[in-house]
Design a protein around this ligand. Sequence first.
Ligand SMILES: CC(C)(COP(=O)(O)OP(=O)(O)OC[C@H]1O[C@@H](n2cnc3c(N)ncnc32)[C@H](O)[C@@H]1OP(=O)(O)O)[C@@H](O)C(=O)NCCC(=O)NCCS
Length: 187
Amino acid sequence: MQPDLQLTVREETANDAAAVDQVVQEAFGQRDEAEIVVRLRNRNELTLSLVAEVTAAGQQNSLMAGHIAFSPVTIAGQSGGQRWLGLAPVSVAPEFQRQGIGSQLIEAGLERCRGLGAELVVVLGEPGYYSRFGFEPASRFGLENCFGVDEPFRVLVLNGRPEDVPHGMVAYSPAVMGTDVDGTVSG
Ligand SMILES: CC(C)(COP(=O)(O)OP(=O)(O)OC[C@H]1O[C@@H](n2cnc3c(N)ncnc32)[C@H](O)[C@@H]1OP(=O)(O)O)[C@@H](O)C(=O)NCCC(=O)NCCS
């Protein structure tokens, strides 16, 4: 971060939806991930939604620089409520990337998930990036995924004993997968 910029990470409020939508779209350069956030919000499945705001020194107005979402996943067809969460998506606007904002969003998000009592968080992403935060290959814990990947599908145990992590197929919400109730892919 430039020294004259101040970063604030806070929970999304009702007024943030449009700015979140814009920052997610800008980060990915497409609508797909922004639509995931919209669907999660509409389904009331945003267990945790954090925004990162940047304020210039001496200024009142802040800019939305990033966002992170966590939502429930199922394991072996079982719902864990807030105990089992998926991290997706995490977004930093292009002009603010590589300044530590993504890392701060992930660290703050994981800390809050731990506070909510979440036992584990899964993520599908760049192994080298997510290993920085302690994510390990989920296959080591007997957790499967439907994406046909191994190393990129990762888990972080936040509460409880790693040996107590349930085994089986992890499924994200249809809001994340972009599937309708009949399993067809939308968008
Ligand atoms: C991925 C993303 C959230 C990271 O946020 P960020 O604020 O740029 O990241 P940070 O500044 O905290 O960390 C930067 C470091 O992470 C690494 N990094 C960032 N994105 C990476 C990626 N996709 N793969 C591997 N490494 C990555 C950088 O190499 C950099 O390493 P360095 O510090 O050694 O130079 C951001 O780049 C982004 O929004 N990208 C587009 C959307 C996306 O791919 N989201 C993740 C998938 S859900």
